[in-house]
Design a protein. Sequence first.
Length: 98
Amino acid sequence: MKTLNFLESWVTNFLTIAMFFYLASFLLYLVRLFKGPTIPDMVLVIDALGYDLAAFLIILSILLRSPILIPCAIVLTLWIYALDIYVAKYLEAKEMGE
């Protein structure tokens, strides 16, 4: 039982530290979003920001012991993937639709 408590505290500490790295990356992504020189750069930042946000939600669900956040992260990831396909189609054909 003592080993389990030690492992749980170690994982909690590690995830807490990882959250600060994710928050720092969010700020750097926002800077790149507003200073991005081209549209594909901005789309890439939105993709990375969305995927990192999904990973952040999973870390948060582990820390808060709330499994409802995991399906939210999965849905967010699927929306980001759909955005990638839509933007890639637009940039390739320069038209929307079908």
